[in-house]
Design a protein around this ligand. Structure first.
Ligand code: DC
Length: 229
């Protein structure tokens, strides 16, 4: 079975396991995986290191100006995020960055900056891209859209475990608070807020294993494109 050059858009709330699912789908189909959140995180790290975020206040004019000389944000070996020559994969996943990323991602000029990169990377198809507005704004014509949800408790536990695994344990309460804050900002911002696309398939994976999610996806692919992996 030849797989068409489709774009698969996976959107949803923070820590719903979107990236785990997206990576696995990409691996199975031989597609490229693109983590749009990593780009927003890299821009946030860049802004933090330039001293352009004080508390939750972003110096917007200065960031707008600084972005014109922002080192290239891209994915290198092992799909790790790079800011210019520097691998920033670990730093962008830290709570320090997580706690600042939503206000930065809410800025229209930051979204335009990231969207340009996402279009460049994804327009030829054969990509699985995850984020918050991929199916609604970045690629509204994506041939397959999935909207992932899970309960707050399950999401917090997953993010908590991930932080422990990365050697940066963080109190559960802080993790949960951060998730809720980000969900709120992400879904209430003016520019391309997090929304479920009307033509998205909804996946609540609170009580599902990754294997079960993939079985679910096989059903969707089979029904939609006649693809059976
Ligand atoms: O998926 P993530 O948790 O790594 O995303 C980090 C932040 O980036 C998230 O809080 C909101 C923002 N984001 C966004 O606004 N639009 C996207 N397409 C992807 C992420």
């Amino acid at each position: 079975m030849v797989i068409p050059d489709i774009i698969i858009a996976i959107d949803g709330y923070s820590a719903t396991g979107k990236s785990t699912l997206a990576k696995e789908i990409a691996r199975t189909l031989g597609f490229t995986y693109l983590d749009s959140g990593a780009m927003y995180r890299a821009v946030t790290l860049f802004a933090m290191e330039k001293g352009l975020i004080k508390g939750s206040k972003v110096d917007e004019p200065a960031l707008r100006e600084a972005l014109s000389s922002c080192p290239d944000i891209h994915f290198g070996e092992g799909n790790k995020a790079y800011l210019g020559e520097r691998c920033v994969e670990k730093e962008i996943r830290s709570m320090k960055v997580s706690s600042k990323v939503s206000p930065v991602a809410a800025l229209a000029f930051v979204r335009a900056f990231v969207d340009e990169k996402l279009h460049e990377a994804g327009s030829k198809g054969r990509v699985v891209m995850d984020g918050r507005d991929i199916g609604t704004a970045v690629f509204p014509d994506a041939q397959l859209k999935i909207f992932v949800t899970a309960s707050d408790e399950v999401r917090a536990r997953r993010r908590f475990d991930e932080l422990v695994q990365k050697g940066t344990p963080t109190p559960m309460e802080e993790v949960l608070t951060n998730l809720k804050e980000r969900d709120y900002i992400d879904s209430h911002r003016e520019t391309n807020p997090l929304r479920q696309a009307s033509d998205a398939f909804v996946l609540d994976n609170s009580d599902m294993t990754l294997r079960e999610e993939l079985t679910w996806l096989q059903g969707v692919l089979q029904g939609r494109f006649g693809i059976l992996q």
